[in-house]
Design a protein. Structure first.
Length: 279
């Protein structure tokens, strides 16, 4: 997959959504979701079909945090609200910026704190299941059952269904429609509150801005995989049949579950956003 793949754009400019707080790692719209809830399925054997070919698969969950200088404070016409009272301002900003699409995905309580916690988890390669800033995609996780012939015997196997990728379309489309310059401007405005929420976590990390860049880098490092993603189900939840895929960071596995086209669009959007953040 080439690095110059462009994020998908909606032809209607009136549908442009600017993410105000699910900003930079706005993969938050889907990176912080769990979609491996059990569904009815027959028992399957360990697949024997050829596993998909992955590029540079790594089981390392998180790279060391590289320190970046946080954005300079913005001179405010109106002072920022306190962190505890910031939700109303954020929702109002979203409404003013035609953020209806985002509002449908957003959990509107404790937005800043949830966002900061989620970004920190992504930087560590983890998917947050509780206290998350966005709603889950519609259930259930979808797997396809198919048969292959092994020494003259039909053997049932399961794989991630292409129909499963559609569950992520609203999140991917929202991210692709972000105006990166506007998003970064709002990020700068609210950065003091983001940093305050980050300091509440008591982590020994340089600053929230550095963690934000690390979260983006974690997503960009997810491998590109071609072919069927074969599954096994040893207990309740599905797992990837390929041990190399199953041992990857949770964030990378979720990128695989959303499908190659969605993953390419997400990465293209985040590359644009990262370039503006570090410059």
């Amino acid at each position: 997959m080439s690095d110059d793949y462009q994020p998908r754009k909606n032809s209607s400019t009136t549908m442009i959504v600017i993410v105000v707080l699910a900003l930079i790692a706005a993969a938050a719209a889907f990176f912080f979701l769990r979609d491996d809830a059990p569904i009815a399925s027959q028992t399957v054997t360990t697949p024997v079909a050829v596993a998909p070919q992955a590029v540079a698969i790594s089981s390392a969950a998180a790279a060391p945090i590289v320190e970046y200088e946080p954005p300079q404070p913005v001179i405010e016409v109106e002072p920022l609200p306190g962190l505890n009272d910031s939700d109303a301002s954020i929702i109002a900003a979203l409404q003013q910026l035609r953020g209806e699409g985002l509002l449908q995905l957003l959990v509107p309580q404790e937005v800043l704190r949830k966002f900061v916690l989620a970004v920190n988890n992504v930087a560590e390669g983890k998917v947050i299941h509780e206290y998350r800033p966005v709603v889950s995609p519609p259930p259930p996780f979808i797997a396809d059952t198919f048969s292959v012939m092994v020494e003259g015997t039909a053997v049932d196997q399961e794989r991630v269904s292409p129909n499963n990728f559609q569950r992520y379309e609203p999140y991917v489309t929202t991210l692709a429609l972000i105006d990166s310059d506007a998003a970064v401007a709002v990020y700068r405005r609210f950065y003091p509150l983001l940093e305050e929420a980050f300091r509440e976590l008591g982590l020994k990390k340089p600053n929230f801005h550095s963690v934000m860049i690390a979260a983006i880098d974690n997503i960009l490092a997810a491998p590109d995989v071609q072919g069927d993603l074969l599954l096994v189900r040893p207990k309740v939840f599905y797992q990837f049949a390929d041990p190399a895929l199953e041992t990857m960071p949770q964030t990378h596995k979720l990128m695989l579950r959303m499908g190659p086209e969605n993953a390419r669009s997400v990465k293209a959007s985040l590359r644009q956003l990262r370039a503006r953040l570090v410059n």
